[in-house]
Design a protein around this ligand. Structure first.
Ligand code: HXC
Length: 510
């Protein structure tokens, strides 16, 4: 063989070795896969085409001339997930802690630019000590170059961030701009300032896990959309998520064959609403009866669980489902639920994924904490997201649709295309008892009279027929037929064409 061919082989081998056996061993000890092992799991076997394997940093300060590793701490390129293209970068913690240098950033930018040109998603695997300290401002500039591309790609191609190790300082802002962030339990963390700085400034003594572990971000802050037990699980679930998404905003999500009959009745739904209107039931059961094979991918499962946001399929077609969950806070809309659902609705709208909204909402959450926290502003986000969305919008009211929350949850008035209700729906300005207490103030002092007034209000408004008589509902449907009726509506809406007025951009109440 010609020596030059051997040299290529040797150089490739050197790049593949990353930071060396010792550091790879340390990575494994932490229960983490290496950058390349992760790509092997994420991508279809043999599909990876690597770029920029021979790129090296150009830093000469602090003895860096002697610490060059081909690839410079990030593996980049393109491959396939379930036979569809994807661009990827995977930071290699074994090379200078996966820290981001000018050239490391340039590699990421190169694949992002290409992804945007060809309309293909980007999945970023983050495992990095942050800005390459030896490079100073050059690495800060590198981050900003990545951020700029994240912003330009937003709403054009799906961007997914897998946080699989440290992600600290300004480095968190690239994932924060992307559509979905997933974390690995116990081995990943994200924070703007680490425990040491926090201790100096605020005197709080916290571990990295407490400050920015997966539990913090998937349950409390809502920064991350999901957490998985280990690298393998996360990578396999990311493959599954991708199957629900289109490659770009120019395309539709793939239609997958299903063995689940589209006209399958769900007798169980006829009895799911309890006789007592104050009793909860599990809206996830409704969701799983409606979608193909009960298969959903939930976003923010453990954050603001009073609203469910998930991807599913109906007759093979991807849909985004938003559903109030009566099991948690009676399904009220609060600040976090509004933020969560607004972002999900906007993602679906950006990527041509029809929205199916299941409504059982007693209203916005009352209280000082909510008002102080700006529920007015956050609730408006959800209202705004639904009102601006031009994708097919199908709404089904299962029980309560009270007050402003009725309007917000993809009502007819916000350009809902097909609005259905079950016979058990109650659509009114507020719950019957609250209404009776206000409009029959005197009667409210006497329990019997209050009960009578409540019954009168319920009879009059707490049903779907008043809304249907005004055309705010297109039909009142039998619960058992929900899947079939929604599927037919989706088919009817296949070629829906609606656009908003021309403008530079809207001014969503951030
Ligand atoms: C250069 C770095 C590095 C960095 C880690 N390394 N972080 N090299 N720049 N930022 C190197 C280490 O020197 C070490 O090299 C190897 O990576 C592994 O690091 P360890 O410390 O041994 O690993 P571990 O104990 O697991 O600790 C990981 C860590 C710690 C918590 C991430 O390395 C750390 O605190 N790093 C600094 C983090 C940081 O402050 N980054 C800047 C954030 S500010 P050897 O040769 O021994 O293997 C920022 C600004 C971005 O990022 C702004 C954008 C707007």
């Amino acid at each position: 063989m010609k020596p030059i061919l051997n040299e290529l082989d040797a150089k490739r081998e050197q790049a593949r070795a990353g930071g060396g056996a010792k550091r790879i061993g340390r990575q494994h000890e932490k229960n983490k896969l290496t950058a390349r092992e992760r790509l092997n799991v994420l991508l279809d076997e043999g599909s990876f085409e690597e770029w920029d394997m021979f790129v090296e940093h150009r830093c000469t300060d602090f003895g860096m001339t002697d610490s060059k590793v081909p690839g410079d701490g990030v593996v980049t390129g393109f491959g396939q997930i379930l036979g569809r293209p994807v661009f990827v970068y995977s930071q290699d913690f074994t090379v200078l802690g996966g820290s981001l240098s000018e050239t490391h950033a340039a590699k990421i930018c190169k694949i992002m630019d290409q992804a945007l040109k060809v309309g293909v998603p980007v999945v970023g695997l983050n495992d990095s000590g942050g800005a390459r300290i030896q490079e100073g401002v050059a690495s800060l500039g590198g981050y900003a170059e990545v951020f700029q591309r994240n912003v330009l790609a937003s709403g054009v191609v799906p961007q997914i961030s897998l946080v699989m190790g440290p992600c600290a300082g300004g480095a968190v802002y690239s994932p924060a701009i992307t559509d979905f962030i997933f974390m690995v339990e116990g081995s990943s963390y994200m924070f703007v300032t680490g425990p040491d700085v926090v201790k100096t400034v605020t005197h709080e003594d916290l571990t990295a896990e407490e400050l920015g572990g997966s539990s913090q971000h998937t349950k409390t802050s809502g920064v991350a959309h999901g957490a998985f037990a280990n690298d393998l699980d996360m990578l396999m679930q990311t493959r599954r998520l991708m199957s629900f998404l289109p490659l770009s905003n120019r395309e539709q999500a793939p239609v997958l064959h299903t063995i689940d009959p589209v006209d399958r009745p769900s007798a169980v739904l006829d009895g799911i609403i309890p006789d007592n209107p104050n009793m909860p039931y599990d809206m996830k059961k409704v969701v799983s009866e409606i979608v193909d094979e009960s298969d959903i991918f939930e976003i923010h499962e453990n954050f603001a669980s009073n609203i469910i946001c998930c991807f599913g399929r109906i007759d093979g077609q991807s849909v985004g489902i938003v559903a109030n969950q009566p099991l948690v806070l009676a399904g009220c809309l609060d600040i976090n639920a509004s933020r969560k659902a607004a972002r999900f609705v906007r993602f679906c709208d950006a990527f041509n994924i029809p929205l199916v909204t299941l409504v059982d909402v007693p209203g916005f959450m009352p209280g000082m904490a909510q008002e102080e926290g700006g529920i007015i502003n956050h609730g408006a986000k959800l209202l705004f997201a639904y009102a601006e969305a031009t994708v097919p919008k199908i709404t089904l009211i299962t029980r309560k649709a009270y007050g402003g929350a009725y309007d917000v949850m993809a009502s007819k008035h916000l350009r809902g295309d097909v609005n259905y209700a079950w016979p058990t729906a109650e659509i009114a300005v507020m719950g019957p008892e609250g209404a009776a207490r206000i409009i029959f103030r005197d009667a409210a002092k006497d329990p019997d009279k209050l009960a009578e007034a409540t019954a009168e209000y319920r009879e009059k408004f707490a049903n779907p027929f008043v809304a249907a008589s005004r055309g705010y509902l297109d039909d009142i449907i039998m619960p058992r037929n929900s899947r079939r009726r929604i599927a037919r509506a989706l088919t009817m809406l296949k070629d829906k064409n609606l656009s908003n007025p021309q403008r530079k951009h809207d001014n969503l109440p951030l």
